[in-house]
Design a protein around this ligand. Structure first.
Ligand code: C5P
Length: 209
């Protein structure tokens, strides 16, 4: 079984993907980390974020399953990732590696922006997880407070809106729901409620097939 989960930043798709992977005992790939890994390598080298040759080399060097979530979780790395993610050369390399992961014979859960549309268009179940920009900013604000970051809620909301624009507006593989994706709006849901709702959708799809 392949489960594709897409959605904008801070929609809750990552947490949901991890919980579903645990529930179904399936390998899970957070594809945002692939783009973050490339961005991090360029930032570490002091390299520009808009040089396709350098970005391609960094993408070729990435081992998707060896990426360190803690190292790559910084806000600036996410911003930089969305800048390098507009380059088709980079996407081609990372998508190929992501498809190899999805080819695991036990199945897999992948989350990102283009899983249902580009990486795994044949996925058994596609979820598109959204939440209002305000709800997503409120979640990030809480997380940021726990980490001691000084960003205000308004700054976080501004960042989220900008990232949404970049991710939905790019020419190659923009963020959008696949035609056959099931929409899950988590604005008013707890993590547990979102998990139960996703489980319900997956069970319905499995029963129908
Ligand atoms: O999900 P996360 O915030 O870690 O992703 C960082 C950035 O990587 C996104 O804003 C997006 O631009 C890019 N990305 C992408 N395609 C994916 C996953 C992430 O373009 N499948």
């Amino acid at each position: 079984m392949i489960i594709a989960i897409d959605g904008p930043a801070a929609s809750g798709k990552g947490t949901l993907a991890r919980k579903l992977a645990e529930h179904f005992d399936l390998p899970h790939l957070d594809t945002g980390l692939s783009y973050r890994g490339v961005a991090y390598a360029l930032l570490e080298d002091g390299a520009p974020l808009d040089d396709p040759a350098l970005a391609k080399a960094a993408a070729n060097a990435i081992d998707l399953v060896a990426l360190d979530r803690d190292l790559l979780s910084a806000h600036e790395v996410g911003e930089a990732a969305s800048k390098i993610a507009v380059m088709s050369e980079v996407r081609r390399i990372l998508v190929e590696k992501q498809r190899a992961f999805a080819g695991n014979k036990r199945g897999a859960i992948l989350d990102g922006r283009d899983i249902g549309t580009v990486v795994c268009p044949e996925a058994d179940v596609k979820l598109y997880v959204t939440a209002s920009a305000e709800a997503r900013a409120a979640r990030r604000f809480l997380e940021a407070g726990e980490k001691g970051s000084g960003a205000t809620r308004a700054q976080i909301l501004e960042d989220i809106v900008r990232r949404d624009e970049r991710d939905t507006g790019r020419a190659d593989s923009p963020l959008r729901p696949a035609e056959d994706a099931h929409l899950l709006d988590t604005s008013e849901m707890s993590i547990e409620q979102a998990f139960e709702a996703a489980l319900g959708i997956i069970e319905d799809v499995s029963r129908a097939s």
